[in-house]
Design a protein around this ligand. Structure first.
Ligand SMILES: C[S@@+](CC[C@H](N)C(=O)[O-])C[C@H]1O[C@@H](n2cnc3c(N)ncnc32)[C@H](O)[C@@H]1O
Length: 187
């Protein structure tokens, strides 16, 4: 199918931008799907900084990366992404966020509008020119709509001379399908 789901689109766009040797961020590690994806893209000379507030996320991701033989190119950080500037230098090529909670985890430990926007703002500052921040927004259900509405308002207000923002949304599906948003920093 040409119009694939939002997660697939997010990987397609990030896969076009990230090259071997790049430095990137997984802002919401969870079970490490995106961390592993990014570790494979940056190769042995690149680096992935990955964040989560749950020790379980770090344990699961570490095992996953070790099994794939790519743990040496990742740094797993037990801290909120709103503190990203304490750990990550500038010159980042891409950042991935999956908003919401881990489906089989604790639904109360989801991302929150205030800290998510603080983190995205800091990531935009760390990004190199033509770098991207990719956000997949899971909402509805236990996540509600507050975070989705707040981040969408934030994206719409970004300076169009500095950033391009693309929203990929299925408008005729049921049950709040995830929305993919790509922010590109202009030259
Ligand atoms: C939708 S899940 C991420 C799924 C993940 N990308 C994967 O591949 O499994 C969202 C994750 O964000 C984490 N999270 C919540 N608040 C956070 C914060 N302030 N900083 C970093 N991670 C946070 C949750 O613990 C949860 O693991």
């Amino acid at each position: 199918m040409l119009l694939n789901n939002s997660l697939h689109i997010s990987h397609e766009l990030v896969g076009k931008v990230v090259k071997p040797g790049d430095v990137v961020i997984d802002a919401t590690m969870g079970n490490g799907n995106d961390t592993l994806f990014l570790a494979n893209l940056v190769g042995a000379d690149g680096k992935v900084y990955a964040f989560d507030v749950q020790q379980m996320a770090l344990d699961n991701t570490k095992k996953r990366l070790e099994d794939a033989g790519v743990m040496d190119r990742a740094e797993l950080i037990l801290d909120g992404h709103q503190n990203i500037e304490k750990y990550v230098p500038s010159g980042i090529k891409a950042v991935m966020f999956n908003l919401g909670y881990l489906p089989k985890g604790d639904h109360s430990i989801g991302t929150k509008a205030e800290t998510t926007i603080e983190a995205i703002e800091k990531c935009l500052g760390l990004l190199c020119k033509e770098g991207i921040v990719m956000i997949v927004i899971y909402y509805g259900g236990d996540s509600g709509f507050e975070e989705k509405n707040a981040v969408m308002d934030y994206f719409k207000a970004l300076d169009c001379r500095k950033y391009s923002v693309l929203v990929h949304e299925f408008v005729n599906q049921v049950n709040c399908p995830p929305i993919a948003v790509c922010i590109e920093k202009m030259k």
